[in-house]
Design a protein around this ligand. Structure first.
Ligand SMILES: Nc1ncnc2c1ncn2[C@@H]1O[C@H](COP(=O)(O)OP(=O)(O)OP(=O)(O)O)[C@@H](O)[C@H]1O
Ligand SMILES: [Mg+2]
Length: 245
């Protein structure tokens, strides 16, 4: 089983929306997905209550120690992918989830202020030496602001940035909000939409990044049976890159 954690200090950046969208995209390619919600706000639980389908199951878990325990038992329940939706701000639960992640995704709106406010999350991610990527969300359809935001992420080489800024950027589209209201993932609400295309492409990018993490881990002679407890799974590009945040 692999574990993706969506985390950032900034509220409203799209953690829950992306968790749902990625979960459904992963299910569509054959994963058995569990969503863990560490946010007492309950966005995912409320979404599940509105939802006409049982899958993916949402499990609210708020205590840091319980997250570790549950991640150990989930593979026995058949989960091949767990996506953890954390609360904004910093907390013991978010730090615990990051420590156990195979990949941390940091959603940010494409503005310098939003990217800067991810600094404290990024510090935890880097202290745990975890592979990570920014997901630029709620982006305008076109305009220079997105490229400015991507550039603002650091003065690393473009090759390094390519590894830590997920593609495509997720555009601000009403379908995401309407899907959330309806208890659906965007690919269920509007299967033939641009919003769905973008989320599916984002999943492909994320899947490739997860695969690279596993390959790096295998090359370093790590125990694949339990890669979440390894200290050193960040790729070379992640390790080289300095966000200057
Ligand atoms: N790409 C998008 N296009 C349009 N609306 C979006 C998009 N992403 C998120 N939203 C909307 O923005 C709001 C905040 O999103 P969401 O709840 O996913 O953020 P969050 O980071 O989980 O927030 P919190 O920190 O409160 O948990 C929601 O109303 C959601 O529908
Ligand atoms: Mg949320």
């Amino acid at each position: 089983m692999q574990t993706i954690v969506l985390a950032t200090q900034k509220g409203g950046s799209g953690k829950s929306t992306l968790a749902i969208g990625l979960a459904r995209a992963a299910i569509q390619v054959g994963h058995t997905v569990r969503l863990i919600e560490t946010d007492t706000q309950g966005t995912l639980s409320n979404w599940q209550n509105r939802r006409p389908y049982a899958d993916p199951l949402v499990e609210p878990i708020y205590a840091a120690r319980d997250i570790a325990q549950r991640l150990l038992t989930l593979p026995r329940d058949g989960a091949t992918l767990t996506i953890v939706d954390t609360a904004s701000g910093t907390s013991a639960a978010t730090s615990a989830a990051i420590r156990l992640a195979d990949l941390c995704l940091i959603p940010a709106r494409p503005s310098i202020a939003d990217i800067e406010s991810a600094a404290s999350t990024l510090r935890v991610v880097r202290a745990c030496n975890k592979p990570f990527a920014f997901v630029l969300n709620q982006a305008p359809i076109r305009g220079r602001r997105i490229d400015d935001a991507a550039t603002a992420l650091g003065d690393g080489s473009s090759a390094d940035l390519a590894g830590i800024v997920a593609r495509p950027f997720i555009v601000m589209r009403n379908d995401h909000q309407d899907a959330l209201n309806a208890g659906l993932a965007v690919s269920e609400f509007a299967p033939a939409s641009k919003a769905t295309d973008e989320i599916r492409s984002l999943w492909q990018w994320v899947e490739a990044k997860l695969c690279r993490g596993l390959n790096d881990h295998a090359k370093s002679g790590g125990e694949l049976a339990d890669p979440r407890y390894s200290a050193g799974t960040a790729s070379d590009a992640d390790a080289r890159w300095d966000a200057c945040l």
